[in-house]
Ligand binder design. Structure first.
Ligand code: HEM
Length: 122
């Protein structure tokens, strides 16, 4: 698969994952719990799928770039972990949901910045 195809799919997976998280965070911020989320199973599946695809296509991109494993990728992996932990955070601490509604887009923006500017590569 080409570098361009990997990038489109990587960004698609990011959009899918963040769309789901936005829905979950808004639901929780409005006082909704798991029992009142009629899309609970679907959102769980789509979040997990999106997360997996971000990683698969991210490593595909990295292989196409052929630059090894630079430091900025570790920073992106840390952001990926936060994105992955978010449904658990929303479930256990719904009070944090309003904060996640701005923190997650900021983190996603930071992940894009890391990919475009590639800091700490020397
Ligand atoms: C939630 C986490 C992530 C977000 C929001 C994200 C977002 C993005 C975006 C928007 C781009 C496109 C930048 C451009 O226009 O060139 C991109 C590119 C890229 N991402 Fe991610 N990413 C995430 C996680 C990851 C992970 C975990 C990896 C590595 C395994 C990764 C590796 C890459 C690579 C290698 C590129 C291409 C850089 C280039 O073309 O020079 N990303 N990412």
């Amino acid at each position: 698969m080409s570098y361009e195809a990997y990038k489109v799919l990587h960004v698609f997976a990011v959009i899918l994952t963040l769309t789901i998280l936005g829905g979950l965070a808004l639901h929780a911020a409005n006082g909704g719990g798991r029992e009142s989320n009629r899309m609970g199973k679907l959102t769980g599946i789509l979040h997990g799928l999106g997360l997996l695809l971000i990683l698969v296509f991210g490593f595909g991109l990295l292989a196409r770039l052929g630059t090894g494993f630079p430091a900025w990728v570790w920073a992106k992996l840390a952001i990926w972990l936060v994105v992955g932990a978010s449904p658990t955070v929303i479930k256990r601490s719904p009070g944090l949901s309003p904060m996640l509604l701005w923190l997650l887009p900021v983190l996603a923006g930071a992940a894009a910045w890391l990919a475009v500017y590639k800091p700490f590569t020397g």
